[in-house]
Structure formats: C-alpha cells, structure tokens
Write a protein that binds this ligand. Structure first.
Ligand code: ZN
Length: 136
C-alpha cells in the first residue's frame, strides 16, 4: 500500500463555529475552508499545519455518524486519514489482508478527495480513512 503522508486528523465537534474560533484563537491557525459533505452528513472545517490538516467535523443530522460518535464517546479524535496515490489498489490490498472495509468502493469526501474508511476493529481501535486527491 503506497501511503504518502498523514493527510489529516478528523476531530468530532458539537459546534463547528465555536471550535473554529478555538483553533484560531488558541493555536493561531486559520480556517481556510468550510464544506458540507452530504454523503457523510457532516460540515467540515479545515486548517493547515505544515503538510497535514486538521478537519473538524460537525454532524448535520441527529442520526449522522458524527452525532452517533459524540453520543457514544464524546467529542474527540474521530479518524486519521492516510493519503495514497491509488485508492482502488489500497482498498484491494486491505481487503486481501482481511482488513474490514466500511466502504468497499471509493466515495466522495471534502476537498475533491476520493475516500474510503477502514473499520476500527481491524486497526487497533482507530478509524482509518484512505484518501486520494482527484486528478484535475
Ligand atoms: Zn477525513
């Protein structure tokens, strides 16, 4: 599996606007994009830290995956995203190695990425997102 970097760390938050202010005021980061991803029932906010990003995630639906995560575990780290230059190959390889896939086929995420999630059960309790930038 050819991973290139940690693309971002996804953090589940209850209130996107308040959390954006927190990251701007406390850490001096600048939110450069807010985007809704209907497929995942989230609104996301992005901050750049060097080559990596922080992605804040707020649920847009009471039954969305982020709402359920916060209900069960509270706010906190939701997933870690690894960048790959070939998502299809990476998914195929993960499946061959008996990693439980949440998405067997790539879906569309924020920032023009193709994404797919690997189940925490197969990864030491960490939800892992594999993502590939769509070629423009
Ligand atoms: Zn993500």
């Amino acid at each position: 599996m050819n991973l290139t970097k940690i693309e971002h760390i996804g953090i589940a938050v209850k209130n996107l606007e308040e959390s954006i202010k927190h990251y701007e005021n406390i850490f001096g980061l600048k939110c450069y994009a807010i985007e809704e991803v209907k497929d995942q029932k989230v609104r996301t906010a992005f901050f750049m830290i060097g080559q990596t990003k922080i992605e804040l995630l707020e649920s847009t639906e009471p039954d969305g995956p982020i709402a359920r995560f916060i209900e069960n575990k509270g706010e906190g780290i939701h997933h870690i995203a690894f960048a790959t230059d070939n998502l299809n190959d990476a998914l195929k390889e993960a499946a061959e190695k008996n990693i439980q896939l949440i998405h067997k086929e790539p879906r569309f995420g924020a920032e023009d990425f193709k994404i797919a999630f690997l189940h925490p059960k197969s990864n030491n309790g960490i939800l892992i997102e594999l993502c590939e930038k769509k070629k423009s």
